[in-house]
Design a binder for this molecule. Sequence first.
Ligand SMILES: [Zn+2]
Ligand SMILES: [Zn+2]
Length: 368
Amino acid sequence: MAQFMDVVSLTKGIRSMFYIVTPNESSFENVEDVPPYVQQATPFFMGLMVVELVVSLLKDGTPLACVSDVVTSVSAGIISRMPTLFARGFEITTYIYVWDNLRLLELPWDSAWTWWLAFLVVDFSYYWVHRFAHELNFLWAAHQVHHSSEYYNLSTALRQSLTQQFSSWVFYLPMALAVPPSVFAVHIQFNLLYQFWIHTEVIRDLGPLEWILNTPSHHRVHHGRNEYCIDKNYGGALIIWDRLFGTFAPEGNKVVYGLVHKINTFEIFHIQFHYYKYLWRRFNRYKKIFNKFGVLWKGPSWKPGKPRLGDHAEVPEVLPQGERKRESDSERGCVRRVELWRDRECEEGVEDSVLAFLVYLHSQKGHI
Ligand SMILES: [Zn+2]
Ligand SMILES: [Zn+2]
């Protein structure tokens, strides 16, 4: 019997990674009863990463990433979850506040209609969370962490920002006027879990599913620094929002991953916070108040006299080998240049990652 239960929870755990769950098995009356799905998924993150490594070795005979990059990504994932060790997640806390004080109607928590509506609305809201995170520079300061790896594999999915959760909650509040917090708490977790498996090069094309779902192919484009990839494919579980709002781009030329301006470091705290320092320097550089606020409220590539999102033709050219021309230090004052860093398989900063991991293990609790 115990073995049967193990198999059931194993298959349920695997299905959870792909959002293949029914309303019946994932509807709860109280938010306290909602399982911490993301935390429970840790063994599945690790298991799927091993599967990906084996498959890619069998397929191409080449490793997907360097160890430092994987450790940095996993550490960023741990750091991003740290606030939830001491309190409920920021998104759910603010959501409950609005539900308790401002709700206009109460959709039934145990209705499949509510479940499916919440699935759609969470994903729609995520599209806007993500789009604003790319199009407003002060939000990009947080989200750039997720794009800072020059590799693309399942560990990249874990490379999350510590600070993004302090702004993303706003976008989910309209839902709190009608959808119970327990339903939201389920979908916000499955939406995040779904986005794990799409960070891979092992899966190339999913046929007709590419029309509706966000897939590895679509999300590879999102992580690209080729000109055709910039500001494209913001979807979470569904790609339909990008198709509707004109931000969709299919995968074309080989995608080269990472930030347009590379940061060349594995130091996890530098990766998390360097952009705020850069923003502050740019904010102070301009004398006119309009330009100062342009730095914060317009796109990362914006400059005075340019369109809101900057001129994508100015994106540094991606060369065939995946390398590109050097930009001057004056363009990116706070960026460290480490010549030949790939050759050195740079280990600096990995000590910070290990430290973060140990702190996490010591303080782990079961909050959502
Ligand atoms: Zn993004
Ligand atoms: Zn991603």
